[in-house]
Ligand binder design. Structure first.
Ligand SMILES: Nc1ncnc2c1ncn2[C@@H]1O[C@H](COP(=O)(O)OP(=O)(O)OP(=O)(O)O)[C@@H](O)[C@H]1O
Length: 331
């Protein structure tokens, strides 16, 4: 059974329509990530699912039950926010158990669930501390633990890692992936970070301007983007886009990812001048100004030494070259 159905959901704030008809079915146990640029409506969609905002029209169905008019607390969901939203005066243990206590759950049951969740999230050493005595990563684990103890039908995450530094983001991302595997729960996760989307999602929903551009498994979006927007949004560094006419092609735009271009000092399709080389350790990003293609990024495995001003020839892999029509759709 699907655990969530979003049926033609529209949402306006005053005159401004920020969700323009969203349809999505999420299967039981699925991990779905909403990505898109700032302002595309991903948080608003999450808040409509949670019941923190009412849709202007359309329906939200959770486990076969229309919850469009059900208050948030009765939807069987738990939400984890970017800002943790912990009570500063309560210990970790009481923060985690508070929702259950308010719902009248017997204290033995609360203790059992808090103990299980804190073991799962390695929070046992901190149960008697207050949030101010924890690191950002630990606070976010408490916020996740508070969601876990409620045993919700649906977990909603709103950019939960964006306040953490890079190393902690990677760790906490891994913990969320393991949590999903262990609980087999349905999870919806909002982020603007495409690496988080690629690594966590069973399916990614790419939003843009209040509409869905494409829904698919991470590698499906990477290998077969439906349009120029998705091609440019998924993948890092970003896909190179070259005006079709410059390459003598009738399409509007030709796209090729930086990792699908070879370079050679003597021969190739496009003659380029090295503008800059970025050494990342495991790979090198080369910026080349090419006669035919203009400024492109090439990603090479390992260390590649190239002096600015040197000439290099670039050849895109014809099997991995994408073509887009005037409406942006792939042709
Ligand atoms: N309560 C509100 N009143 C008026 N406009 C709002 C309200 N909430 C959101 N908006 C507008 O709706 C649009 C979508 O906002 P939303 O927060 O859903 O975007 P987002 O994709 O989550 O962006 P970000 O990644 O920056 O958080 C934005 O233009 C925003 O200004």
């Amino acid at each position: 059974m699907d655990s969530l159905n979003i049926e033609n959901v529209k949402k306006s704030f005053g005159q401004v329509e920020v969700l323009k008809g969203i349809d999505l079915d999420v299967a039981d146990g699925e991990f779905v990530v909403f990505v898109g640029p700032s302002g595309c409506g991903k948080s608003t969609l999450l808040r409509v699912i949670a019941g923190l905002e009412d849709a202007t029209s359309g329906r939200i169905v959770i486990d076969g039950r229309d919850v469009s008019s059900t208050p948030p607390a009765k939807r069987g969901i738990a939400m984890v926010f970017q800002t943790y939203a912990l009570y500063p005066h309560l210990t970790v243990k009481n923060n985690m158990g508070l929702g259950l206590k308010q719902a009248g759950t017997p204290s033995a049951e609360i203790d059992k669930r808090v103990a299980e969740a804190s073991a799962m999230l390695s929070l046992e050493p901190y149960l008697q501390r207050r949030p101010a005595e924890l690191s950002g990563g630990q606070r976010q684990r408490v916020a996740i633990g508070r969601a876990v103890v409620r045993e919700p039908t649906l977990f909603l995450f709103d950019e939960p890692l964006s306040n953490l530094d890079a190393a902690l983001r990677v760790n906490t991302r891994l913990e969320i992936a393991q949590l999903h595997r262990r609980l087999k729960a349905t999870m919806i996760y909002v982020t603007h970070d495409q690496v988080e989307a690629m690594t966590l999602a069973d399916r990614i929903v790419v939003l843009n301007g209040g509409r869905i551009e494409q829904i698919g498994a991470p590698m499906e979006l990477y290998n077969s983007p439906a349009n120029e927007f998705v091609a440019g949004f998924i993948g890092s560094p970003r896909m190179n886009f070259i005006e079709g006419a410059r390459l003598g092609e009738s399409v509007k735009t030709v796209g090729v990812r930086p990792e699908h271009i070879r370079v050679d000092p003597a021969k190739g399709d496009w003659r380029g001048t090295v503008i800059h080389a970025e050494h990342l350790g495991a790979d090198t990003n080369l910026y080349l100004d090419c006669d035919k293609a203009g400024l492109i990024t090439v990603r090479l495995f390992g260390v590649y030494n190239a002096e600015p001003g040197a000439t290099l020839y670039a050849t895109p892999d014809p099997e991995r070259t994408y073509r887009f029509g005037p409406d942006g759709k792939r042709v």
